[in-house]
Ligand binder design. Structure first.
Ligand SMILES: [Mg+2]
Length: 324
């Protein structure tokens, strides 16, 4: 059975003997449109022009360009490589058959053949080809869906930046990378000052808006594609900066603090300013095997509390010296 979605399939029949083409045309004309070619060059032209044939019946023994060479050229062209090719030949030795399969033929038919056999083989290979195409398409769709799901699973649903789960994953990866490269790794944590007061004063809807604005602000301040920022929980954010030393971390921490001030989100319940501010802590180290990734996060967190203790709307950081 021919796939009904395809319409009437067309078959390119390549043979230097017109009589052989006539025999194949007789066998197949009921179900297929036959496009004849008497030499390799013409065959390649027909194969490459749209609409392309659905299948190719290819004679091996031809003067100038033989069937093997036609096959090689078809395989070298991505636009026609997937058209199934069946070799049709008088040769019945195993070697030429193997050579045909090695070159990418899907089947091998030796002359003389019965009409029923050629019809069955052509129909089978068209079906197989359709089934494979369908499967490839389904796989692609499935992959796209699973990529999307994974992406969604990594995002914080309110702010749209990465969530804690994704942060944990990236931290493991970047920690290992830094360990291998003997490179510095920095963590920055930021917390919105007097956020409970903000929520109490303006309500939770405004509170959520504030979180989104701050999240976008922090995210757009990142410099390099490998830098990532996540919502760590509540009104706390965290960034991983791979290959970044203490100077780089300090620059970004201060940039974060200044950029959030520049948002100028009114905050009547803040004791430090009339607008929303953040306190920031950062820490840098070159990982060694005796350390755990969360040690670095813990130190950055301590630095954040130091910023809070020093009056908020400021940054504090520490470079952790190597120990073994
Ligand atoms: Mg021939």
């Amino acid at each position: 059975m021919i796939n009904s979605t395809r319409g009437r399939p067309s078959i390119l029949v390549v043979d230097d003997t017109p009589g052989n083409i006539d025999v194949l045309r007789e066998a197949l004309k009921k179900d297929y449109t036959i496009r004849p070619a008497l030499d390799g060059v013409t065959a390649l032209k027909i194969a490459a022009a749209d609409p392309k044939p659905d299948l190719i019946l290819l004679d091996i023994m031809m003067p100038e360009m033989d069937g093997y060479e036609v096959m090689r050229r078809l395989q070298a062209d991505a636009s026609v490589r997937e058209i199934p090719v069946i070799f049709v030949t008088a040769a019945s030795d195993i070697e030429s058959e193997l050579k045909g399969f090695e070159l990418g033929a899907v089947d091998f038919i030796t002359k003389p053949f019965s009409h029923a056999v050629i019809r069955a083989r052509v129909s089978t290979h068209l079906e197989l080809h359709d089934a494979r195409k369908k499967l490839e398409k389904q796989n692609q769709e499935l992959k796209a869906k699973s990529d999307l799901l994974e992406k969604i699973a990594n995002l914080d649903s309110l702010t749209g930046i990465s969530n804690r789960r994704h942060f944990d994953e990236v931290l493991e990866v970047e920690w290992s990378r830094a360990l291998r490269n003997n490179a510095p790794l920095s963590i920055i944590v930021a917390d919105i000052d007097y956020f409970k007061g903000f929520n109490d004063h303006y309500g939770h809807i405004e509170g959520d808006k504030c979180l989104c604005l701050v999240a976008q602000c922090l995210s757009s301040s990142l410099q390099r594609p490998t830098d990532m920022v996540a919502r760590y929980g509540g009104e706390e954010f965290v960034a991983i900066l791979s290959g970044t030393d203490i100077k780089g971390a300090e620059l970004l921490a201060e940039n974060w603090r200044a950029e959030v001030e520049r948002l100028h989100i009114l905050h009547a319940a803040s004791a430090v300013a009339g607008h929303v501010t953040i306190s920031v802590g950062y820490a840098t180290l070159v990982p060694t095997r005796s350390m755990m990734p969360y040690y670095l996060v813990g130190v950055a967190d301590e630095m954040l509390y130091q910023s809070k203790g020093m009056g908020r709307n400021q940054i504090c950081g520490r470079e952790i010296p190597p120990f073994f």
